[in-house]
Structure formats: C-alpha cells, structure tokens
Design a protein around this ligand. Structure first.
Ligand SMILES: O=c1ccn([C@@H]2O[C@H](COP(=O)(O)OP(=O)(O)O[C@H]3OC[C@@H](O)[C@H](O)[C@H]3O)[C@@H](O)[C@H]2O)c(=O)[nH]1
Length: 196
C-alpha cells in the first residue's frame, strides 16, 4: 500500500508512521513543512527504502500516486495555531482541499485528523458524535476550531459529490513521547508545571 501522511513529522503523525512502517507491504511518504514537527521524530526511517520525506506545505498542491492519505498537517497547539491564525485556517481549508483533490485524482481513501474542538464549548457532556457543537466563529481559537469544522465539511462534500472514501477521527487531549514539553496543551502544561 502506498500511503501519504501529511504532518507526519509531528507528535501523532510520527507515531502513525512508525505503525504503518511495521507492515512490510507499506510504502510511506511524509509531507511536512516542519512548522511544529521535526525530522528528528522520523530519524529511524530516513534512508529506509520504503520511506520518503518531503518538505511540503499542504497549502500548495501535491501530486503523488498513493492508495491512502492520512491528513494530519495542522498546528494543533494553541500557542502555534494562534501565532499565525490566517495560515492555520488556510492549512485547514486549502490544505484539506488539496488533499481531497489528490484523493479524487488518484482514487485514494483519505482520513482527516479532526479534533474535540469542533464541539467548541459544548453544552452537552459527554459529546456524542451527532452533537453539532457550540463554537465561536470569531474568537482567537476559531482559526483552529472552525478550520477543522470546514475541513470536516469538505470531507463530507467530496464524499457525497465525488464518492471519495473518507474517514474522520476527532482526537481529544493526547499526550506521550515526542510531544513538545512547551506545547501549551493541557496535559503537557500540567506535567511541565509539576516538573518546574
Ligand atoms: O501548515 C502546516 C502546519 C503544521 N504542519 C505539520 O503538522 C504536524 C502537526 O503535528 P503536531 O505535533 O503539531 O500536533 P499533533 O500531532 O498533536 O496534532 C495532531 O492531532 C491534532 C490534529 O488537529 C492535528 O491535525 C494532528 O496533526 C507537524 O509535523 C507540523 O510541522 C504542516 O505540515 N503544515
């Protein structure tokens, strides 16, 4: 299976690459602009015959022959996505459009890593996947929250209009090895404060 992982140099993306590479039938291509990720997270695969790493910003089109696309490219930490909110929403909207266009062109199945932030400040707890959310469209976090909501909209529109096979994973708070200690998300903040 030929697989493209956008954002594969990141915290979750690099663990996904590790898992995908365990299958000797898989060839993995990572496209990443290293905004928050690092080649270091993939050092064990660089030079491997079934692995390829491309410095690429998904707001620019990319043409690679693949069977599956895992689209993770997006700054996930508030510190980083609020640093350049226009770029963040471009990555979510134009980046996802580019990846869906690629999926349509090469007949690939595509997965989007979405987020619990699509629920905003939820009014019901816990949130079932059928909950539409309670999101501020003009706040300082909207570039991420609304950006991921538009990305989900685009995924379903390409599925309904072009029959693209899609998957969406709404990832809640995560932590673990390769997460930046100063990432700024809640769990890494607790740990960093406890250590200092
Ligand atoms: O414009 C961009 C922004 C970011 N990226 C890359 O995307 C990757 C994001 O990984 P991070 O380590 O920042 O974040 P995480 O792995 O925790 O995020 C993951 O879970 C939350 C989802 O919203 C993210 O889409 C998914 O990447 C990084 O490698 C970063 O360099 C791009 O390739 N292009």
């Amino acid at each position: 299976m030929r697989i493209l992982v956008t954002g594969g140099a990141g915290f979750i993306g690099s663990h996904l690459v590790d898992k995908l590479m365990e299958n000797e039938k898989n060839e993995v291509i990572v496209a990443d602009n290293y905004f928050t990720g690092s080649k270091d997270n993939l050092r064990k695969w660089i030079g491997h015959p079934r692995f390829e790493l491309i410095r690429h910003d998904v707001t620019q089109p990319l043409l690679v022959e693949v069977d599956q696309i895992y689209h993770l490219a997006c700054p996930a930490s508030p510190i980083f996505y609020k640093y350049n909110p226009v770029k963040t929403i471009k990555t979510n909207v134009i980046g996802t459009l580019n990846m869906l266009g690629l999926a349509k062109r090469v007949g690939a199945r595509i997965l989007l890593t979405s987020t619990s932030e699509v629920y905003g400040d939820p009014l019901i707890h816990p949130q079932p996947e059928t909950y539409w959310g309670n999101v501020n469209p003009i706040g300082v976090r909207s570039c991420y929250d609304e950006g991921k909501r538009v990305a989900e909209t685009l995924m379903f529109d390409y599925h309904r209009q072009h029959g693209i096979e899609i998957r969406i994973a709404r990832i809640f708070n995560t932590y673990g090895p390769r997460m930046n200690i100063d990432d700024g998300r809640v769990v890494s903040n607790f740990i960093a404060q406890a250590l200092r």
